[in-house]
Design a protein around this ligand. Structure first.
Ligand code: OAD
Length: 251
């Protein structure tokens, strides 16, 4: 048995025994769906400077530039993306009664497309547009992008309902996520560099409350040596497939 295979066995045993499992996911889980991550080689932040285009100050100063440089490109990528084995594996763990909630930093909606029932969109959703002035929200698909930025019925600009740098996380979502982290017995941390707060702190909360932290990522991260109990070094789709198959055998 290879080292990875024996670690997947350990992870499967921990998952199969958990009454309350939670997943924290990041951009890496959607890489096999054709969506590039933010950091590292080929990452979005290599092509554009996040402080110039992904900060709330940039959006408020020049919404048209941010729409053209950031939102239009992401919208196009997400339009055709389909869930991969990483997403469907988490849905399967939920069906088996082992995973309560997916907390995702992703704005791509792929966990919901895969059928996961309880998804916390920690950084919002790119599928929803909201007005920069009034509380109105629209489905991205229902808004013709003939004019950039598109306009709300009230005449103000619309923006995707995502968290930009410099903006706070919704307090209700943050509190629920922290509570889930504190109560879970297993936390699966899949495809995140764990560098952006406050999401990156959720595995620390889980660990302090006695959870087993299982990390799935082709590369070691900030969590690997100090927080993760089991690190499965590999792409999310391939590793999740194997993990779920072994968990199912233990049930
Ligand atoms: P990052 O781009 O920081 O990290 C992606 C992680 O995915 C890295 O650790 C990669 O090693 C890993 N990875 C790459 N391919 C993978 C694969 N096939 N399977 C599994 N993992 C893989 O993305 P996040 O951690 O999600 O926030 O970034 C967090 C936040 O930073 C994002 O939500 C976004 C960004 O700025 C905002 O925009 C507010």
């Amino acid at each position: 048995m290879t080292h990875l295979s024996s670690l997947i066995d350990q992870a499967a045993t921990a998952c199969a025994q958990a009454k309350r499992g939670v997943a924290l996911t990041g951009a890496g889980i959607s890489v096999e769906s054709g969506i590039p991550p933010f950091r590292g080689k080929g990452g979005l932040w290599e092509k554009i400077d996040p402080m110039k285009y992904a900060h709330i100050d940039a959006l408020e100063a020049d919404p048209e530039e941010v729409w053209r440089m950031l939102f239009m490109g992401i919208g196009e990528l997400l339009r055709h993306a389909a869930p991969n084995a990483g997403h469907t594996g988490l849905r399967r763990l939920e069906e088996l009664g082992l995973l309560q909630t997916v907390i995702t930093q992703n704005v791509d909606g792929l966990h919901q497309k895969a059928g996961s029932q309880d998804v916390i969109e920690f950084h919002g959703s790119h599928a929803v547009l909201r007005c920069m002035r009034c509380p109105q929200r629209y489905d991205w698909q229902a808004v013709p992008l003939t004019m950039i930025p598109p306009l709300c019925a009230c005449g103000a600009y619309l923006r995707p309902d995502v968290i930009m740098f410099g903006e706070p996380i919704d307090v209700g979502l943050l509190q629920r996520s922290q509570m889930l982290a504190a109560q879970c017995e297993v936390m699966l941390v899949v495809g995140t560099s764990a560098t952006v707060q406050p999401a990156a702190y959720l595995p620390v909360i889980a660990k302090r409350n006695g959870a087993c932290i299982i990390e799935i990522n082709p590369e070691p991260t900030e969590l690997t040596h100090h927080i993760s109990d089991i690190t499965l070094l590999g792409p999310a789709g391939k590793v999740m497939d194997e993990l779920v198959a072994r968990v199912a055998k233990l049930r």
